[in-house]
Design a protein around this ligand. Structure first.
Ligand code: NAD
Ligand code: FES
Length: 289
């Protein structure tokens, strides 16, 4: 069991958890993730480690409550426990001094871009970040990004805050200004990552995306997280999660993700009597009955 040390909402449905997990905190590197199970029999949810504190033995994860399990996770509060936190999993981000690096976070993807952006700054890059959200109340980690990157640009789709437009529009503007960009890291919804890849492709700018397909075991055994990169099948959990954006087959990825939408909707609407019985047993156990 893993204790929640802090829990706070950063935006509607987006919650930050600081969790007591000293071994993971010691081992994790930027870009890696954990698989979380809220209860004994719960779904396994992959979540990027947004940050860690070795001294206090904690890791930070940021969760968008969109499905049954993430909503269940977001209902937990400081002092409560998460059943399992397994990791660190996946390959760490490739960090070096590229020159000028642009980190782009779309919505909750900003939480995933944050640790790699921080490491790129520490490696000596001139760092620019672009944070995009549908509107002002959905912008997350602006101050945290300001603390670790040289330039921060916030964009909103409705113009309620910062630059009025998509992250791609801001990126085009920066590239158009003649600034030499050596690396783009883009994390967010798949259509956003696909669009970024098309912005940078004509300029030959190295572009990395982080993929988050449905995962089961997280160790390369089940094949649930497969994607097509450079015309080859990869398992995102062990071969990624970061890949060259210009080689990712985004169309296949979108189709594969859609196949899980029906099951996710059914899970959200399903009232599980097994869950209720199990929770009641746990409550009785905790109350010493
Ligand atoms: P969102 O849909 O509000 O989009 C965030 C920003 O991305 C927008 O403000 C815009 O600037 C940009 N964007 C979106 N679509 C675009 C397009 N077609 N072209 C150009 N720019 C575009 O984001 P959200 O609701 O916070 O994101 C949720 C999605 O992100 C979910 O689908 C989730 O699965 C995904 N996600 C991905 C990762 C990852 O590792 N890649 C991690 C967490 C969440
Ligand atoms: Fe099973 Fe990746 S989650 S192979």
């Amino acid at each position: 069991m893993y204790k929640i040390v802090e829990a706070d909402f950063l935006a509607p449905d987006v919650k930050r958890f600081i969790i007591d997990a000293p071994k993971i905190a010691r081992k994790r590197k930027p870009g890696q993730f954990v698989i979380v199970r809220v209860t004994d029999h719960g779904e396994r949810v992959p979540l990027t480690i947004a940050d860690s504190d070795i001294e206090n033995g904690t890791i930070t994860i940021i969760v968008q409550g969109i499905g049954k399990s993430t909503k269940q996770l977001n209902s937990l509060e400081k002092g409560q426990f998460i059943q399992d936190v397994v990791g660190p999993l996946g390959k760490a981000s490739h960090i070096e001094n590229f020159g000028t690096a642009v980190s782009i976070g779309g919505g909750v993807g900003t939480a995933i871009a944050f640790p790699t952006a921080k490491a790129l700054k520490e490696a000596g890059n001139y760092t620019i970040s672009i944070i995009g959200a549908r509107s002002k109340n959905l912008v997350i980690l602006e101050n945290e990004m300001k603390a670790i990157t040289d330039e921060v640009h916030v964009t909103t789709d409705d113009g309620s805050y910062g630059y009025h437009g998509f992250v791609t529009d801001k990126l085009k503007e920066i590239i158009g200004s003649g600034k030499k960009i050596d690396l783009v890291l883009a994390i967010g919804p798949i259509p956003m990552m696909r669009a970024i890849a098309e912005v940078t492709r004509p300029f030959g700018i190295k572009t990395i995306v982080s993929l988050n397909p449905v995962m089961v075991d997280g160790t390369g055994m089940c094949g649930g997280c497969r994607a097509t990169v450079d015309n080859k099948t990869v398992f995102v959990c062990v071969d990624g999660p970061e890949f060259d954006a210009h080689q990712v087959d985004f169309e296949t990825l979108i189709k594969r993700n859609r196949t899980y939408n029906v099951a996710e909707k059914e899970a959200l609407n399903h009232i599980c009597h097994y869950d209720a019985a199990f929770d009641s047993l746990k409550l009785q156990e905790a109350e010493g009955k």
